[in-house]
Design a protein around this ligand. Structure first.
Ligand code: ATP
Ligand code: MG
Length: 441
């Protein structure tokens, strides 16, 4: 699979795509006047009109005038004043606007008043957003007689009308086209800047939206993680007290009854008549053996569930006890170093350390192929340090840096237990270098 198709890239492309789609949909709704600084455009068009002596106007596609500069006196003072000549002006505007709507790249129109106007579309991001109109002007020297007749026909003051006509610029057709197009390009450039600004705005808004959404997702994930942690701790607490209760029940009710039964059997045996059948004595003896074995099993179960020594002696002697049995069963030597803290930790801390050590020893028997495990205590009631290390095969623990995505539950529950009592658990392991688990409280 090529890098271009990796999930991350698809993600980035999709995001960019959606930002682009969003900005395109915004552009389709946007008007030319939203893209530009109208005041700046007005200043620019005024300067050009002054420099070139050619009037201009920018109109939105719906016909709204955005800016206009340098009207000709002949239009303002004469043609637009008389109803008939004004109608002709409007005719000229309409004809040019229609050409623009049909998609013409440029249009020129000689109005019935004898002047020339031109228009070009303003295109922004491939969209026809407005039109630029230039004029009114002449493309060749005026035929004075025609205008004189026009003055008489519409009742204009002949002298001042001809004077106004003489001030109308004469621009050859080819030059007019390039001037009009230049205007359109300038107007489009201004709008392009505005468009970039809007795209930036859209992208920033999109980014902010994503950050907001991510924060919400993170905080709900955090909520969930916190709830899960609380539930796990409660569950571990409930589990522990259930084990303690069962251990007590077995000790107080089952074991003591078994002891009573044993005593009863002993009494029965001692009171048997001397000529009692040998088969009865054998049966009694076997029953007392089974009973002894059952009492031993009950004691072990009770001890496994919750070692009484943990309560009266603390974690160090409880682990010494456990280690002795563990070594007997597995052949792995357990060395206890450091010192019995002498001080009692809280019952929760003691049970947590005991369970952590149990799981570490179980892992060692299951996975490590070790010969020796060392359990080390140090510190005081304020700051206790508890280290369990083995000389086994170790393992590649790099997955721990990936959010403790462990294959089993043992390591996770060790860490959870350490954190539940306000401690931290650190694990060091590497293939061939053994495993070391350190709990600091
Ligand atoms: N002392 C160790 N030596 C070698 N590998 C170990 C040791 N402790 C843990 N591991 C490795 O880490 C993995 C995760 O241990 P963890 O206790 O979380 O799960 P598990 O023992 O496989 O299963 P579970 O504890 O849920 O029964 C083990 O499967 C093993 O590969
Ligand atoms: Mg395990």
């Amino acid at each position: 699979m090529s890098a271009a198709f990796s999930i991350d890239n698809v993600h980035v492309v999709t995001r960019a795509d959606s930002a682009l789609r969003q900005s395109m949909s915004i552009i389709s709704r946007i008007k030319y006047s939203d893209l530009i600084d109208v005041l700046k455009l007005q200043v620019l068009m005024d300067s050009f009109s002054e420099a070139l002596g050619i009037a201009n106007a920018v109109l939105d596609v719906d016909g709204t005038v955005i800016v206009h500069a340098g009207w000709q006196d002949v239009c303002v003072g004469f043609h637009r004043v008389n109803a008939e000549t004004c109608r002709r002006c409007v005719e000229s505007d309409t004809s040019l606007a229609e050409s623009m709507m049909r998609g013409a790249p440029y249009a020129i129109y000689q109005c019935h008043n004898g002047l020339v106007d031109a228009a070009a579309p303003i295109i922004v991001a491939d969209k026809h957003v407005a039109n630029i109109f230039t004029g009114q002007l002449l493309t060749e020297p005026p035929d004075i007689e025609v205008f004189r007749r026009q003055a008489r026909q519409y009742g204009f003051d002949e002298e001042s009308y001809l004077d106004a006509i003489s001030r109308v610029p004469i621009v050859p057709k080819e030059r007019l086209e390039s001037i009009t197009r230049l205007y359109a390009q300038l107007a489009a450039m201004l709008a392009d800047n505005g468009l970039d600004r809007i795209k930036e705005l859209v992208a920033r808004e999109q980014l902010e939206k994503e950050v907001r959404e991510r924060k919400i997702a993170e905080s709900s994930a955090l909520d969930f993680a916190t709830r899960l942690q609380v539930m796990t701790r409660r569950h571990a607490g409930a589990h522990e007290s259930e084990r303690r209760r069962l251990a007590r029940d077995i000790h107080d009710r089952v074991s003591s009854n078994l002891t009573a039964i044993g005593l009863g059997l002993g009494l029965i045996e001692s009171q048997l008549p001397g000529d009692a059948a040998a088969s009865i004595r054998d049966r009694l003896s076997i029953t007392r053996e089974v009973l002894k074995d059952t009492m031993q099993t009950a004691r072990e179960i009770s001890h496994d569930l919750h070692p009484a020594v943990l309560e009266y002696g603390g974690v160090y002697p409880a682990l010494e006890d456990y280690a002795r049995k563990y070594s007997g069963q597995t052949g792995i030597v357990v060395e206890m170093t450091g010192k019995d803290l002498g001080i009692r930790l809280s019952p929760d801390a003691e049970i947590a350390l005991y369970r952590i050590a149990q799981e570490a020893l179980t892992n060692c028997a299951k996975h490590a192929d070790a010969r020796t495990v060392t359990i080390e205590f140090n510190g005081d009631a304020e700051h206790a340090l508890f280290v369990i290390s083995d000389d086994g095969i170790g393992f590649d623990s790099t997955w721990l840096s990936n959010g403790w995505d462990t294959p089993g539950l043992g390591l996770l529950s060790m860490r959870e237990r350490a954190e539940a009592i306000g401690g931290t658990l650190t694990l060091d392991s590497a293939p061939g270098l053994g495993t070391r688990i350190m709990v600091e409280i």
